[in-house]
Design a protein around this ligand. Structure first.
Ligand code: ASP
Ligand code: MG
Length: 356
């Protein structure tokens, strides 16, 4: 079914699914949640979307904050002075809170004082385990979503803040570091949760990207850049009609527009094409986010937060049109090792030695 979208373009919906009770998942990246200007864009987008759907919003941390949190954890554990860096993180959030007219202390004061305690703790014991590392990094998304939810509520949007860790459960994993820092989560259709959310009086839900929890209820991360994957998991769990990824670019291009100014925006791709481009270097999408939406055939649309009227890239099961070259992507830091020797035949452990 094709319907006119709220911004005037044509969008394809999943067959037969269309009701105001249907979920649409919208993910906003770091640059989209870093200023009042972009939160006002988000307000407008959600006001529109909530007329037709129940928006389920997934946010990244403010831009650059996850990097700063990684540095904070490393500095604290390394015995270096962390106070200036901590102060920078606090000030970035204070500035955003002030510009949004949100009360800093009551909304995020306790999260930031926890962060200070963690830094102090890591400095005292001179180490940061993967488990603590995950807690450090989770602060970024907790802070951005607390600020954003408070702002949307202040402007009268009926928004319920949710803790992503109560919805995304990590699959068991043997490797400790991977289990805390690069978890994979279950994304089976969850009708009970859909019902629970529909039964609340709230129209809009807002939660963190990048975070989940393990069987012990501890915080785990989905790997750097994992918010796209979170949004794809939520889309599958809620059987959303569509996943929208909002960032500072409207979609995937035929080449990197920063290098090739004449590159064109790709209007439509199928899952295979998008997977290949994301895996080989296109930055607009994280490669891990395609499989969960593809399995349920949920369309994935890319948009630019500051320019919502641009019809971005749509990724669907079957893109019509002639087969042909869609784009060029570049992946750096790939090495090809070519070896040949007859001495390796029947030599147990030969490759192990080479790679060691
Ligand atoms: N904030 C996290 C990161 O920078 C997750 C994300 O934004 O996708 O890696
Ligand atoms: Mg990203």
């Amino acid at each position: 079914m094709n319907s006119k979208n709220i911004f005037g373009g044509i969008m394809s919906e999943r067959q037969g699914v269309h009701s105001t009770d249907a979920f649409v998942v919208l993910k906003f990246g770091g640059s989209s949640v870093s200023s009042k200007e972009t939160w006002d864009c988000i307000f407008d987008i959600l006001t529109q979307r909530s007329k037709d759907f129940r928006p389920f919003v997934v946010c990244s941390a403010l831009s650059g904050i996850s990097d700063s949190l990684e540095r904070l954890a490393a500095r604290s554990a390394g015995g270096n002075d962390y106070h200036e860096l901590l102060e920078y993180i606090v000030q970035r959030h204070r500035d955003v809170a002030d510009s949004l007219g949100v009360d800093f202390d009551s909304v995020i004061g306790s999260l930031l004082s926890d962060l200070e305690k963690m830094s102090h703790g890591a400095a005292l014991i001179n180490e940061v385990s993967p488990r603590l590392w995950a807690r450090f990094l989770s602060a970024g998304e907790m802070l951005s979503t607390k600020l954003g939810a408070a702002y949307l509520q202040r402007r009268g949007l009926d928004t319920l803040w949710l803790d992503a860790r109560e919805i995304l459960y990590a699959e068991p994993e043997n490797d400790a570091s991977r289990s805390y820092l690069s978890a994979r989560c279950n994304y089976d259709n969850r009708p009970a949760l859909q019902k629970e959310l529909r039964n609340t009086s709230h129209q809009i839900f807002l939660t963190q990207g990048f975070l989940g929890s393990n069987v012990k209820g501890e915080t785990v991360l989905l790997g750097r850049g994992g918010s796209d994957t979170s949004a794809a998991y939520f889309s599958s769990i809620l059987q959303a009609v569509r996943l929208e990824i909002w960032s500072d670019v409207p979609g995937m291009f035929t080449a990197n527009p920063k290098q090739i100014p004449s590159s064109r925006l790709l209007k439509i791709l199928d899952y295979d094409e998008a997977q290949e481009m994301a895996t080989t270097g296109a930055k607009a999408l994280h490669p891990r986010c395609i499989a969960p939406v593809r399995e349920s055939e949920i369309p994935l649309h890319l948009y630019s937060t500051k320019a919502p009227s641009i019809d971005g890239t749509k990724i669907i099961r079957q893109a019509e049109g002639a087969a042909g070259l869609k784009g060029i992507s570049v992946k750096k830091g790939v090495y090809l090792v070519s070896m040949s020797t007859v001495g390796m035949w029947q030599q147990v452990g030969f490759l192990a030695n080479v790679f060691a």
